[in-house]
Design a protein around this ligand. Structure first.
Ligand code: NAI
Length: 681
C-alpha cells in the first residue's frame, strides 16, 4: 500500500516510515520474512523507539498500516507468551506493551489506525490507542479481542480503551465472547470510526489525519451503564450469563474481566494498571497454559494439509442422509461445486431442503451468500457428477457389501486421478478397497455429527491407501475449513475408540443403579461439555450400540446390559426417550439425584478414557502424543482447559493417576488394568 513517489526510510526492522508532502507519517508494519504481522516484543520495542523520535520531531499526523496482503495485525506473539515462567516476568512483559500504547495515545498529533484484513488482540489494542480507527469493508477485514479463548483477557490496554470507545455492554460482550466482528458490526458498536471500500481506504485515512474531526460522545444511557452505581448490578448479570457456559474454577478469565470492569471502570489510569496485574496472574495459570497449548494443537492440525496442493474443482457426494447431506451442504458453503446423489429421489429432495435451511442458518440475512451456496449444490439422482468429480465422498448405509457394490459400479466412471473417500465409521478400509482396481485411491474421510459444528475430520489411512491420496485428503480437509487428522485404519479409529470406554463405563454405572444425572454431573464437573449419558442419548443408542459392538469384539469390551436390548421408542433424543425423557428436545433431569461417592464416578469415567488414550499412543493410531490430545479435544470437546487426556496425565502426575487406576482395578476388575502405553508417556 505504499506510494513510491513519497519519501521512505527503509531499514531491516518491522516498521517502515513513509513521509508524504503533507507531513503525514505513514508507518508501515511489515514483519520481515513473515506472512503476517505479530506484535512481538521486538516489534513493540522498535515501535517504542520510533514514537520517542516522533515526540521530538512531531509529524502532522501518524497513520499506522500494514504491508501484508489482506491482514493487518494478528495479535501478540503467542509463542512469547509460553516463555513466561512467573507472574513478575509476565507483568514486565505486559507493562512494556502498556508503555507503548500509552505513548501512542499521548502523541499530540492525530493518529489513525488503517485496518484491512485480520486485526486481532494486540492489533486491536494498538488501534484503540489511536485517535481514529478506519477499516476497509472487505470480507477479509475482521476485528476482535479474542484473548479470552487463550485463558486471559486483553492485556495491552484493550479493556479500558474498548469500554471507553464502545461503552461497557458492547465492549464486554466482544471481550467475553472473543468473537471477531466484520467492519459493519464493528462500526455499529463504534469500535471503528468509519468503514470504506478498500480502494478508498488510504484517502479516508488521509482525511482523518488532516482534519482530525471531533469524536462523538457515547449516548447518555450508554455512559450511565459505566457508572459505579449500576456496575455491580450489571456485573452480576454478566457473571450469571458466563456461568452458563464456563465454570469459574475452570475458566477464571471472564470472571476476572468482569471484576476488573466492576472495580475500576471510571478511572482509566487505574484500570489500565490493574489490567496488566490481572493478566499477569491469568497468564501463568494452568488454564491459560493449556488453552495456549490447544491453540498450537489447532495450528498443528491445520498444517497437516499443507504438504500437497489438491485443487478440487468438483465434489460428488453419494448418500444424501444425515451425514452425506450435511457434508454436501458444508462443501457448498465452502464454495465448492457439489453434486449430491441418493438412490431415493424423495430423500434427495429432503437433502436439498435441509441444505437450504443450513445455508440460511449459516449466512443469516446475507442473501447473496445464500444464493451462491444454493448455486453450488445440485441434486444428482443418476450420479452424473461422478464423471467430473476430483473427490467422491461416499456416505451410504453402513454395510460392507452395499458399499463394495457401489464402488465396483462407479470406479470405471471416475476420473483417473480422482480420489474416493468413505465416511464409514466402522468398516475396515481394506475390506472395502479390495474390490477396487486401484485400491490405493480409497481413503477414509470420517466426519463427526453434526458436520457443521464438529471441527475434526479423521483421515483414515488404510494399508493400501497411497500416501499421496492421504496427503490430498488432508489438504481437502483443511481446505473445507476442518481440522484434518491422519489416523491408522483400526477399529473405532481414534475418537470413537477413546470415547467408547468412557460411555460404556457410564452405562455400566447406570446398570449398577447410579442415577444418570450423577454420572453426567461428574463429567461436566470435570469440564466435559456434556455428560456421557446425555451424549449417548444425543448420538442415538442404536448408533452407540453398533459402534460399541465393533469395539467390544476388537478390544474385548463387554456391552453393558442397558445397551443389549433396545426398544425402538427408546433410542435416545431422536425418539423422545432414552436414558432420559425429552421435552422440547431437552432432557428432563432429576435435580435431587445424588450418590455417596461422586469422585469415584468421575475417576471411573476419566480413567477409562485416558487409559484408552495411552493404548492408542502405544499402537501408533496417530503419529504422536500431541495429535492424540488434539483429536480428543476437537473430536469430542474434551475439556480444553485440561490440554487433552495425555497432558492431563502429565499435569496430574503419572504416579497419582496410576494409584487411582490400581484402586479401581481392585474394586471393579480388569477393565482398569493399566495399559502398557503409560510407559511411553
Ligand atoms: P443415513 O441412513 O442417514 O443415510 C444413508 C443414505 O444413503 C440414505 O439416504 C440412502 O438412501 C442412501 N444410499 C444407500 N445406498 C445407496 C446407494 N447405493 N446409492 C446411493 N445412495 C444410497 O446414514 P448416515 O447416518 O448418514 O451414515 C452414512 C455413513 O456415514 C455411514 O457409513 C455411517 O457409518 C457414517 N457415519 C455416520 C455418523 C452418524 O452420526 N450418523 C457419524 C460418522 C459417520
Amino acid at each position: 500500500m505504499s506510494e513510491n513517489n513519497n519519501r521512505s526510510e527503509k531499514d531491516d526492522g518491522h516498521w517502515r516510515i513513509e513521509r508524504d508532502e503533507n507531513k503525514i507519517v505513514w508507518l508501515h508494519f511489515d514483519t520481515p520474512q513473515a506472512k503476517a504481522n505479530l506484535l512481538s516484543q521486538a516489534a513493540i520495542k522498535e515501535l517504542d523507539g520510533i514514537l520517542a523520535n516522533f515526540e521530538k520531531d512531531l509529524p502532522q499526523a501518524l497513520v499506522i498500516l500494514s504491508d501484508k496482503k489482506d491482514s493487518f495485525i494478528f495479535g501478540a506473539d503467542i509463542k512469547e507468551f509460553t516463555t513466561l515462567d512467573n507472574k513478575q516476568q509476565a507483568l514486565e512483559f505486559l507493562q512494556r506493551g502498556h508503555a507503548l500504547m500509552n505513548r501512542l495515545e499521548a502523541l499530540p498529533c492525530p493518529t489513525v489506525s488503517m485496518v484491512h484484513g485480520i486485526c486481532f488482540g494486540g492489533g486491536t489494542e494498538l488501534s484503540l490507542a489511536c485517535d481514529y480507527i478506519i477499516a476497509s469493508d472487505d470480507k477479509k477485514t475482521k476485528i476482535g479481542l479474542p484473548e479470552i479463548k487463550l485463558g486471559i483477557h486483553p492485556g495491552y490496554g484493550g479493556t479500558a480503551r474498548s469500554i471507553n470507545r464502545c461503552g461497557p455492554l458492547a465492549a464486554m460482550n466482544i471481550m467475553l465472547t472473543g468473537r471477531a466482528l466484520n467492519a459493519r458490526a464493528a462500526k455499529k458498536i463504534r469500535l471503528i470510526d468509519e468503514m470504506v471500500p478498500l480502494r478508498q481506504l488510504r484517502a479516508a485515512a488521509e482525511k482523518y489525519a488532516l482534519t482530525a474531526p471531533a469524536r462523538k460522545k457515547l449516548p447518555l444511557l450508554n455512559r450511565l451503564t459505566n457508572s459505579s452505581l449500576v456496575r455491580p448490578l450489571i456485573a452480576s448479570q454478566m457473571r450469571k450469563q458466563v456461568a452458563q457456559k464456563a465454570k469459574a474454577e475452570h475458566y477464571p478469565a471472564p470472571y476476572a474481566l468482569i471484576n476488573l470492569w466492576k472495580n475500576y471502570a471510571g478511572d482509566t489510569k487505574h484500570m489500565l494498571e490493574q489490567e496488566a496485574v490481572v493478566v499477569a496472574d491469568l497468564a501463568t495459570t494452568e488454564t491459560a497454559r493449556n488453552l495456549v497449548r490447544v491453540f498450537f494443537l489447532q495450528e498443528n492440525l491445520k498444517s497437516q494439509g499443507k504438504q500437497t496442493d489438491f485443487d478440487v474443482a468438483h465434489v460428488h457426494v453419494i448418500g444424501g442422509g444425515i451425514m452425506g447431506g450435511d457434508i454436501a451442504s458444508w462443501c457448498a458453503i465452502q464454495g465448492y461445486s457439489v453434486t449430491v446423489q441418493d438412490q431415493d429421489p424423495e430423500r434427495l429432495a429432503q437433502t436439498i431442503k435441509r441444505a437450504q435451511y443450513s445455508f440460511k442458518k449459516k449466512f443469516k440475512r446475507d442473501r447473496r451468500a445464500i444464493r451462491d451456496a444454493n448455486d453450488h449444490l445440485t441434486a444428482d439422482h443418476r450420479g452424473a457428477g461422478i464423471y467430473r468429480a476430483d473427490i467422491i465422498i461416499e456416505a451410504i448405509f453402513e454395510d460392507k457389501d452395499v458399499k463394495r457394490a457401489l464402488y465396483e459400479s462407479i470406479e470405471p466412471k471416475m476420473k483417473a486421478d480422482a480420489i474416493l473417500a468413505t465416511n464409514t465409521s466402522s468398516i475396515k478400509l481394506e475390506d472395502l478397497s479390495s474390490c477396487l482396481k486401484n485400491p490405493g485411491r480409497l481413503v477414509g474421510l470420517h466426519f463427526f455429527n453434526p458436520v457443521a459444528l464438529m471441527p475434526l475430520v479423521e483421515i483414515i489411512r488404510g494399508n493400501e491407501t497411497d500416501e499421496k491420496v492421504v496427503q490430498q485428503a488432508l489438504a481437502f480437509g483443511k481446505n473445507i475449513g476442518k481440522l484434518p487428522l491422519a489416523v491408522k485404519s483400526s477399529p473405532g479409529f481414534l475418537v470413537n475408540r477413546i470415547l467408547m470406554p468412557y460411555i460404556l463405563e457410564a452405562v455400566t454405572m447406570v446398570d449398577e443403579g447410579i442415577a444418570p444425572e450423577v454420572i453426567d454431573k461428574a463429567a461436566t464437573d470435570y469440564g466435559m461439555p456434556m455428560g456421557p449419558i446425555e451424549l449417548a442419548d444425543t448420538v442415538g443408542l442404536d448408533i452407540c450400540k453398533s459402534v460399541a459392538n465393533i469395539l467390544s469384539e476388537a478390544l474385548a469390551m463387554p456391552l453393558p446390559d442397558n445397551l443389549k436390548e433396545l426398544s425402538t421408542n427408546k433410542l435416545g433424543k431422536k425418539s423422545g426417550a432414552g436414558f432420559y425423557k425429552y421435552k422440547n428436545g431437552k432432557p428432563v433431569k432429576n435435580k435431587n439425584a445424588n450418590y455417596s461417592n461422586p469422585q469415584e464416578v468421575q475417576d471411573r469415567l476419566v480413567l477409562r478414557l485416558i487409559n484408552e488414550a495411552t493404548a492408542c499412543l502405544r499402537e501408533g493410531i496417530v503419529d504422536d502424543k500431541d495429535l492424540i490430545d488434539a483429536g480428543v479435544i476437537f473430536g469430542t470437546g474434551f475439556a480444553p482447559f485440561r490440554g487433552g487426556p495425555l497432558e492431563y496425565i502429565r499435569s496430574s502426575g503419572i504416579d497419582k493417576l496410576s494409584q487411582t487406576l490400581d484402586t479401581l482395578k481392585t474394586k471393579f476388575g480388569s477393565r482398569f488394568e493399566k495399559d502398557a502405553g503409560w510407559s511411553n508417556l
